[in-house]
Design a protein around this ligand. Sequence first.
Ligand code: ATP
Ligand code: MG
Length: 398
Amino acid sequence: METSVKDVFDSVIIRFGGELWIKKTWTRRLYERRLVRNIKNVLKHYEVAYSEIVRRHGRLFLRTNSAVEAARRLARIFGISSVSPSLETSSKLEDIIDRSMLLAGHLLKERNSFAVKCRRVGDQSYSSADVCRVVGQRILDDFGEKLGLEVDLDRPDVRLGVEVRNDAAFVYSDVIDGAGGMPLGTQPRVVGLLSGGIDSAVACWLVMKRGCPVVPVYFDNVPFTDETTTERALNVAEVLFDWAVGFPRRVYVVQHGENLKKIIENCSRKFTCLLCKRMMYRIAERLTDMIGAEGIVTGEAIGEQASQTITNLRVLSNAVQKYPIHRPLLGFDKAETETIARKIGTYKISSRKARGCTAVPSKPATMAKLEEVMEAEEKLNIKEMIESAIKSLKAVKM
Ligand code: ATP
Ligand code: MG
């Protein structure tokens, strides 16, 4: 039986982002340790067997016979910039040639162009250029005529890479982009206001990418929305949790419909959305305190909705003092947000039809005056509204 290229790999090269390198040694160690822990969690979760994770000069190498599957999973771990299924061997030139020929034999097809690239760390008797030259020549000698191959260093059909690390070497071809960013858990937790729409999911993902575990909170506005809206938010959370394997999979759900009812009954309709959101912020602030998080994340972008003009964002921010409101999408165009949503897998669910909030007024204030909004709020028993919302808090495990 012929072996497929998938079966020749015995390892994965794991590269991490340049940003890790500018950190001080102890920070870097901490980040690396966290990354290794996250990697182990992902491999365990997806039942990918491996024997070892080895650290060598700024890279991690995973020994596994399921290298292709492992690489695909690892590419979705924050802090990893790219991965390559590879063949491990010694740094002896003849071993490198041997493994390179095995991989080349599997990958090269008729009339292909190819290139060999080498990176080297350590004291070897040869240079990187020697490796490229010798391996390239052997490929031409063995397959060149039969397949009609040619060398193309700029845009080859097949790229063969060699990484030499002291006494070990790794031969690979594909370089799969990783998630980038920083290992999840290298920053404190934040509370993410997750509506189930396109924006908030992307906002949460962006801060996760920089290392903050996100604890999502969803405000259930029934009877102004319905269960389709809730279900959509929970489904979006599930996708986000897949980017955070090993971290708690818990969404907090707050009953907010009663609060919204009181806002409509007692205050000017033009302020409904601002007042509703200010209440959400306050409740989120309490939750942030309760779970020991460090900030609140929303999917707001300048001018994206009436409630998100720069003036109204100020009115919103003013509702909370203890924790900052982080808005990673502040300067994003909708199309940019959608591109990320597609990439991370939330777009389809977020675009699903769900009942929109029926409390939205036809003429919302776009340039609300803070004093007027605060005056309108005097008609509400804010303390009591927060308390009853907190009492309604449910942690949904998924
Ligand atoms: P999204 O696409 O994230 O739903 P949006 O552009 O529709 O956002 P708004 O409805 O004004 O804008 O909401 C602004 C932000 O407030 C959202 O990005 C989200 O962070 C938060 N938010 C709004 N509604 C809810 C909700 N029901 N539960 C939790 N957070 C919410
Ligand atoms: Mg929305």
